[in-house]
Design a protein around this ligand. Sequence first.
Ligand SMILES: Cc1cc2nc3c(=O)[nH]c(=O)nc-3n(C[C@H](O)[C@H](O)[C@H](O)COP(=O)(O)OP(=O)(O)OC[C@H]3O[C@@H](n4cnc5c(N)ncnc54)[C@H](O)[C@@H]3O)c2cc1C
Length: 241
Amino acid sequence: MSEATRRWRRGTLVRDRALSASARSVTFAVPDWPGAAAGQHVDVRLTAPDGYQAVRSYSLARAGTDREIELAVERLPDGEVSPFLVDELEPGDEVELRGPLGGWFVWRPGEQRPVQLIAGGSGIVPLVAIARAHAAADSTAPMRLLASVRTPESALYRDELEQLRATAPTRWHYTRVAPPGWTGPVGRLSPRDLEREVIAGSQHPLVYVCGPTGFVEAVARTLIDLGQTADSIRTERFGGT
Ligand SMILES: Cc1cc2nc3c(=O)[nH]c(=O)nc-3n(C[C@H](O)[C@H](O)[C@H](O)COP(=O)(O)OP(=O)(O)OC[C@H]3O[C@@H](n4cnc5c(N)ncnc54)[C@H](O)[C@@H]3O)c2cc1C
């Protein structure tokens, strides 16, 4: 970690938006923010009046050198930090941030290989940053997103991803409840689903998998079984099981 990324900076909440019943997009103004690549994350540090501190990592939903950074946080009902960020933080409030962090789970616009993005739940956040960077750069690298969500209502950034359909089409997969008229399978992503939806290993895609730890590990294992090479799969584990 360089001196610049190790340093804690103050971020002021300037915008927020509900993304679902349990998730919120929060945008912080960070005057001395150095910029970030798509896929990177920050550490957020909260300090209670008694000095108690908690630090958690959150992916950046947008790359670039703006002096604002956007995060998207899913509330875990028994969590320490996420309920505060989703329900309690108000415009004008400050948090501390450090980053950008992560040098492997990154996509850069000069990359020409096809890109397959695979998200479980809020794991979609850094993949939205990648899809946005791909569109902003007018990249001609083929890109696809496969997003596994519990229900249609829990899908984050759905409207925006629909607008990116021409350059980075999204396929939604439902694990609990599907929308009316849905004819596809419902349940955890199976090897068959992955074989059908993911760009084939023969096309040498870069594959980015992000979500809860158990999701990421199961998907990565299945992709290897399906013929993708380990060094073409980049993973980001959000925690949990
Ligand atoms: C690199 C990185 C990027 C991340 N980006 C995001 C992001 O963009 N958006 C986002 O909402 N979260 C993201 N996370 C997860 C985030 O850091 C926290 O772990 C999450 O918000 C829970 O924190 P908490 O304090 O509310 O829960 P805690 O008090 O830490 O945990 C409460 C309970 O939930 C379990 N748990 C912790 N994390 C998860 C999880 N991800 N899924 C299921 N169960 C879990 C714990 O084991 C514990 O039982 C990221 C994590 C990493 C490592």
